[in-house]
Design a binder for this molecule. Sequence first.
Ligand code: DQA
Length: 143
Amino acid sequence: MKVLVLNGPNLGRLGRRQPEIYGTTTHAELAHRCVEWGRDLGLDVEVRQTNHEGVLLDWLNAAADDRTAVVLNAAAWTHYSYAIYDACAQLEAPLVEVHISDPSQRPEEFRHTSVVSPHAVDVVAGHGIDGYRIALERLAAGA
Ligand code: DQA
């Protein structure tokens, strides 16, 4: 099964971005691990990251057309983008929402809302980079 792992804004700076919150693993290392975890689970994983909302919308629209399963960390867009909400609503294959930190436990009120969760079969948050492995396991298990 093909799985798209889509990462939103600022996640390209993983490893350098607030390591006390997001850890020291870089996005390139994360992508490599996701592909390996996927291989172990029999999944064909492709990892992408963008800082441009329209690009993420195009990827989600294509995933809807192709009925591709998605692991999505929409980063800050999670909290306010109704365009992302609408794009997730169109997905046909399962969607798992991932966050490296646990936004519900962070002090900023705006992080306590997710436009992705209503469309996700599962939400994995607060497990660091390992959350992506957990999300892939859920999809492999037939989420
Ligand atoms: C994040 C949490 C979001 O609140 C934040 O805007 C991010 C990353 C996470 O992975 O913990 O950019 O999605």
